[in-house]
Design a protein around this ligand. Structure first.
Ligand code: SF4
Length: 216
């Protein structure tokens, strides 16, 4: 089940309650489940009869999230599911994701909301300039981030408000301007000569994956 960022992925000509129920064959079960989930996200009964164009951005995300939560899918790819949700709905959505994952469904959450990801994830993959630089266990994101393997992951973690709000200098290279060696070289405080010559391959370090020549 794909939870897109845009309301355009809802059928514009179908009432939202019908779209949420579509994956459940048993009509009675579908009605109850759809209403239960909508209640949970504060979508009252009149929303059942709304068409997608009548939804605000936050409501659209709640409807899309409901579409995933009512089904018995094995994999959920949730692309930026949290913007627009109030704190209560956000916490409920994260709790639902965690419960669904614990029941055996794989969840891939694509997000810029690191704090939300840290609340529910088992593993976190850090992307940069189109490449996965690190796959870390969620417990590696602790303290000053010293357990993280890649300088970018550490910098990202330390840029969070609760970790000192330290900015990362520079910006990501454009796809048509990727350097020869490490993608992070111009922003890295741990750079050595070889970093400008060799693009690091993925390797395992301390039960995680990293693309850095100097990671230990
Ligand atoms: S390979 Fe070199 S430049 Fe790239 S992140 Fe590692 S230390 Fe920094």
């Amino acid at each position: 089940m794909f939870i897109p960022q845009s309301v355009n992925f809802l059928d514009p000509l179908m009432k939202v309650s019908k779209q949420v129920k579509i994956s459940i064959e048993n009509k009675e079960k579908a009605n109850k489940r759809q209403r239960y989930i909508f209640n949970k996200y504060g979508l009252d009964k009149k929303v059942d009869n709304f068409y997608p164009f009548e939804l605000s951005g936050g409501m659209a995300r709640k409807v899309l999230l409901s579409t995933a939560l009512v089904s018995d899918c094995k994999v959920i790819i949730a692309d930026e599911p949290t913007p627009g949700l109030d704190e209560k709905s956000l916490n409920e959505a994260l709790k639902d994701f965690r419960n669904i994952a614990d029941s055996g469904c794989a969840i891939l959450m694509i997000t810029h909301d690191i704090e939300a990801a840290l609340k529910i994830a088992d593993k976190i993959a850090v992307f940069y300039a189109g490449t996965t630089l690190e796959i870390a266990n969620v417990n590696d994101f602790k303290g000053d981030g010293k357990n993280l393997r890649h300088p970018y992951s550490k910098a990202l973690f330390n840029a969070l408000p609760q970790n000192g709000f330290k900015p990362i200098k520079g910006s990501q290279p454009m796809p048509n301007e990727l350097p020869k060696g490490c993608l992070f070289q111009d922003r890295c405080e741990c750079i050595s000569d070889k970093c400008r010559l060799i693009r690091p391959n993925a390797r395992m370090v301390r039960d995680g994956m990293v693309r850095c020549l100097n990671a230990t």
